[in-house]
Design a protein around this ligand. Structure first.
Ligand SMILES: Cc1cc2nc3c(=O)[nH]c(=O)nc-3n(C[C@H](O)[C@H](O)[C@H](O)COP(=O)(O)OP(=O)(O)OC[C@H]3O[C@@H](n4cnc5c(N)ncnc54)[C@H](O)[C@@H]3O)c2cc1C
Length: 153
């Protein structure tokens, strides 16, 4: 329907205004995270802010059983400073990796277990492409141009 022959506008009832947030709450995401953290800790969750998971722990069968946090107190030249503390091993019955797009551990897991085979590439660049405009637009602009993405947060 869209092409050299022309185009047409969708009726408004099919296409509500973008970014229409009237009547919705506006919140600080940082405060929401702090509030959620308190709720999670009250349920017994241990949270280690500031500690990046630096490497994965596998068992003999090749399954992921934990992560090791990065060493702290390492000097710029790589030597151990006075505050040096080696990373901690955090083990779990289930290990969920939630690093977002392009996570460093996720990248290793995707390669090791061949998770990207027969799968679409998972990155926000697809948002730029689906906008049908120049790929030089910023990701934010691309999100704004996608109706469902703009309203979902
Ligand atoms: C510019 C931009 C605009 C967007 N706009 C929208 C929108 O309008 N609507 C919408 O629905 N979606 C939007 N998205 C997509 C949305 O933000 C993501 O899909 C969503 O945040 C992914 O959630 P996640 O929990 O998987 O990862 P993230 O939210 O990325 O969280 C991953 C977290 O893990 C941490 N982390 C990473 N590696 C490690 C590690 N090794 N150890 C410890 N911590 C680690 C990161 O610091 C981060 O805090 C947008 C994305 C971008 C980039």
């Amino acid at each position: 329907m869209l092409g050299p022959a022309g185009s047409f506008r969708l009726p408004n009832f099919l296409m509500p205004p973008l970014m229409n947030n009237h009547g919705n709450y506006i919140v600080s995401l940082g405060n929401v995270c702090r509030w959620l953290a308190a709720k999670a800790e009250a349920l017994g969750v241990e949270i280690y802010p500031g500690f990046a998971a630096a490497s994965l722990v596998y068992n003999e069968a090749g399954a992921v059983t934990g992560v090791i946090t990065g060493d702290m107190g390492v000097e710029k030249d790589g030597t151990h400073g006075p505050a040096y503390a080696p990373g901690m091993a955090l083990m779990g019955k289930y290990v969920l990796i939630g690093e977002g797009a392009r996570g460093s551990l996720a990248k290793q897991l995707i390669a090791k277990y061949k998770l990207s085979e027969a799968a679409n590439p998972a990155n926000t660049a697809s948002a730029s492409r689906s906008s049908g405009r120049s790929s030089r637009r910023t990701t934010n602009q691309a999100w704004s141009s996608i109706p469902s993405a703009g309203r979902s947060t």
